[in-house]
Design a protein around this ligand. Structure first.
Ligand code: GLU
Length: 485
């Protein structure tokens, strides 16, 4: 395959993009990224974005996975204008197209058995040749086909052009071309499985269903992972065979995402699903921002809104080489959006994270106040929950912190403060005043009292402004924690 520099041109007709996940698992981060590019491209050019569920791998597809994909798309806010369209609901259409192709001579039935094909490949290997279908059932002028064997259900194969080049101008990779002589006749339709009730339709293969769908859905631009580059020549040839001259979609093949170890991002090497990041306390706008930058750039901009992305994303500046997943950068981006997030919104997310830990609370105003106080120190909502948990469950100061901060010099002051807090107005100012009186009475300084308070009440020596933090707690709980120095 040859490649050359990419060219970018504004679309000439209506823009329709799609994302076509297979529901054989969760929504992978790589798919989420191409969904984002497809969505942003459609929005940028005032076009439409379609969701198609490629569920033809019946054995591995599941309802649960469809639901996860829909949930992840909703969570990311990637709203589609059409769909979800399910391929398994379109079997009749694929059959009709296959029949038309057979009639037109661009597809044919192949009765070769799996054993025969194994023997064919074995012989090719023995001769040192590349294994490929040898066209034994492909009709040709003057060619006599073998007699149709009894009891063999045929597959349908695409009659790939025998000569010439397939060429396309990839939005990401530039011009790609491959000789048709390197491509064999692909199976486009498999028969219904053995034992299926009469009338059951067979299932199309990926490369065929994709083309029929992209054509029927009038898809103008396809962004997808570059693992599909090798499929594209077949898809282009099939398109040309069935599209009646309709313009080919423009393809953009995005490089894979590498893990932080430089190997392909995979489940074994950490979280790869959108859902996992939701559970880990990331915000959707941060995920979108981070995913967008993994393979696309707008100058040096690292932080941008969805609206900016839509404004900027015109299909140019897509990276040709693989990007590396960087958890630290994602955490940094998320921290930015945590700071910017409304406290009420964080409160609801925090409530969910606390519930995962068995902490149930309906006090959303309290959680909003806690969010306001702690969010600047948090990368994720999980970290926010690490802070807020102190309001609900006993804290366990370390022996080291106790020894360092809750010294004999400060202990009498803690008793005094506990007494003063009995009557103090229960807010930041009231608590602050009680602390100042205590300091004066015991001739201590704030850096002696505040860490001791933090360690006993919050279980850690560093917190935001201690009077504000204490005001989050019920008065009785603070007093109780102060009584156990
Ligand atoms: N179902 C394919 C996948 O998930 C879709 C590829 C495409 O966009 O054509 O990889």
């Amino acid at each position: 395959m040859n490649t050359a520099a990419s060219t970018h041109a504004a679309p000439t007709g209506p823009v329709r993009t799609r994302i076509a996940p297979s529901p054989t698992g969760f929504l992978h981060l790589g798919t989420a990224r191409t969904a984002l590019y497809s969505w942003a491209y459609a929005r940028h050019f005032g076009g439409e974005f379609v969701l198609r569920i490629e569920d033809t791998d019946v054995a591995r597809s599941s309802e649960e996975s469809v639901q996860q994909i829909l949930d992840s798309m909703a969570w990311l806010g990637l709203h589609y204008d059409e769909g979800p369209v399910y391929q398994m609901q379109r079997l009749e259409r694929y059959h009709a197209v296959a029949e038309q192709m057979i009639a037109a001579g661009t597809a044919y039935r192949c009765y070769a058995t799996p054993e025969e094909l194994d023997a064919m490949r074995e012989a090719q290997r023995a001769r040192g040749e590349k294994t490929r279908y040898d066209g034994r059932w492909r009709p040709a002028p003057g060619k006599v086909l073998p007699p149709v064997p009894e009891g063999v259900k045929p597959v349908v194969r695409f009659a790939n052009p025998l000569h010439g080049q397939v060429q396309w101008d990839d939005l990401v990779k530039g011009s790609i071309s491959i000789s048709n002589e390197e491509i064999d006749d692909l199976i486009i339709l498999r028969p219904a499985p053995e034992g299926a009730p009469d009338g059951t339709l067979g299932v199309p293969t990926y490369n065929f269903a994709v083309v029929v769908d992209d054509l029927d859905m009038r898809i103008s631009h396809v962004f997808r992972g570059d693992e599909h580059i090798n499929n594209t020549p077949w898809q282009i040839n099939i398109w040309r065979a069935i599209a009646g001259g309709a313009p080919l979609p423009r393809y953009g093949h995005c490089p894979i995402i590498l893990g932080d170890d430089g190997l392909k991002l995979s489940k074994r090497r950490g979280a790869v699903s959108v859902t996992a990041y939701e559970e880990a306390g990331y915000l959707p706008e941060a995920m979108l921002n981070y995913l967008a930058r993994l393979g696309w750039s707008h100058g040096d901009d690292e932080l941008f809104t969805r609206e900016q992305m839509v404004q900027w994303f015109d299909g140019s500046h897509l990276a040709k080489s693989p990007a590396q997943w960087d958890p630290a950068k994602l955490a940094w981006v998320n921290a930015h959006y945590m700071k910017a997030a409304a406290d009420e919104r964080l409160a609801a997310l925090l409530q969910g994270q606390l519930a995962h830990r068995g902490i149930s609370t309906d006090d959303l105003p309290l959680l909003a106040r806690a969010s306001a106080l702690f969010k600047d120190r948090c990368h994720t909502v999980v970290e926010l929950a690490d802070w807020a948990a102190m309001l609900f469950v006993p804290v366990q100061p370390s022996a080291e912190d106790l020894a360092l901060h809750v010294t004999d010099a400060v202990k009498p002051a803690l008793v005094t403060l506990a007494e003063k807090l009995q009557a103090a107005p229960w807010d930041k100012a009231g608590i602050s005043a009680a602390m100042k009186e205590t300091l004066a009475q015991h001739q201590l300084k704030m850096p002696q009292l505040a860490p001791a308070l933090r360690v006993l009440v919050c279980g850690r020596a560093q917190t935001p402004s201690v009077d504000a933090v204490l005001a989050l707690f019920p008065r009785a709980l603070v007093q109780q924690r102060l009584q156990n120095p």
